[in-house]
Ligand binder design. Structure first.
Ligand code: DON
Length: 343
């Protein structure tokens, strides 16, 4: 990042720390912290070690401002959130037509780990469920697993502006208990939807899910998509502009699995959840949201994260189909104008 960029980032951080919008996020965090519903994931044993009280909320604007409240620096494994971004990398590697020949774009209405393929094409329905994500990971180019993983990590670094590591205990835990994913992978091998290097791909998929991120990272990843594929803080391009629509569209229809319909109705922002407790949500042209709280609902989505995204969407009119004036004007709250509320 240039010195000019660093100075802008510093000025933005000062503005963010004193903005009324940060106070709004603090109130939101205070409101939902007492929420005690939900269960920390334990089907991957290492995930059960998470503290259910962890709760971070981050918002990054396409102008490069980042607002953080709570446990936004607490690292956790990205899990299924990675799928949306690896899908973008696969599109860059092979182009839309070839990727679509291996993975569909249809929501399933099923659980994220359903062992189901589209009977008409033998393809996994979409890249957000485990089947589609494994098929997508199989498309990532590289001479071996090490190079393929490095390309993935470098891609995430372009979205977040920092380097990332694998949480090895979660990776080993998931590899040791991942027989359902192996069954899905070999079913797809049977139909030619994945290559014969499927064992290397399964390790790559388990590693991708074990990449450590924070709520701040998730807000920057979403803001990068909101900004046409360019990180609004670093100015680095993370995704070819041609494929932003593909990724964000599939996040909207499939990103929250069998909650995607309810999410589209109540929140509307394209989003992706992960069993590690993260949610990333995109408001195209405006901002990205990153939330982290381990307790999940029955469909594997963070309960506190869902509440926060729903309230932000309603208060600031972030639903893409909203046409009514929202209760709060986003620019006024971020800039700190006098008349913050419309009424
Ligand atoms: O393959 C799995 O089951 C996990 N690594 C990812 C599942 C997940 O994050 C579902 N999201 N809510």
């Amino acid at each position: 990042m240039s010195n000019t960029g660093k100075l802008k980032a510093f000025a933005d951080s000062i503005a963010a720390a004193t903005s009324p919008f940060r106070n709004y996020l603090s109130d939101l965090h205070r409101k939902y912290l007492p929420l005690s519903d939900g269960t920390v994931a334990d089907y991957i044993p290492e995930l059960a070690l998470a503290d259910p009280s962890w709760f971070g909320v981050a918002v990054a604007t396409v102008e490069g401002q980042v607002f953080e409240v709570g446990d936004c620096a607490q690292p956790f494994t990205i899990q299924s959130i990675s799928k949306a971004f690896v899908y973008g990398l696969a599109l860059e590697d092979h182009g839309r037509d070839y990727v679509n020949s291996k993975v569909g774009v249809e929501p399933t209405g099923e659980a994220f780990n359903a062992i189901v393929l589209d009977e008409a094409t033998n393809r996994p329905y979409n890249p957000m469920v485990n089947a589609g994500a494994i098929a997508t990971a199989d498309l990532i180019k590289g001479k071996d697993g090490t190079e393929r993983l490095k390309r993935m990590l470098d891609m995430f670094s372009r979205y977040t502006g920092r380097s990332h590591d694998i949480h090895v205990p979660v990776f080993l835990s998931e590899r040791a208990t991942g027989n359902r994913n192996r069954a899905i992978a070999y079913l797809m091998l049977n139909f030619g939807m994945v290559s014969d290097r499927i064992d290397e791909t399964l390790d790559l998929y388990f590693q991708q899910c074990s990449i450590l991120v924070t709520a701040r990272d998730l807000s920057l990843m979403a803001a990068t998509l909101a900004n046409g594929g360019v990180n609004p803080v670093t100015g680095d391009r993370a995704l070819d502009q041609r494929y932003v629509q593909d990724v964000v569209s599939v996040m909207l229809t499939c990103g929250m699995y069998d909650s995607s319909g309810d999410w589209a109705y109540r929140v509307g922002m394209p989003a992706k959840s992960g069993v590690g407790g993260g949610i990333t949500a995109v408001s195209p042209g405006k901002l990205g949201i990153g939330t982290f709280s381990p307790p999940l609902d029955a469909k594997g989505n963070s309960l506190r994260g869902i509440r926060v995204c729903q309230q932000l969407s309603q208060d600031f009119g972030l639903h893409p189909f909203n046409v009514a004036p929202p209760p709060k004007d986003l620019d006024s709250w971020i800039k700190g104008d006098a008349d913050l509320d419309r009424w």
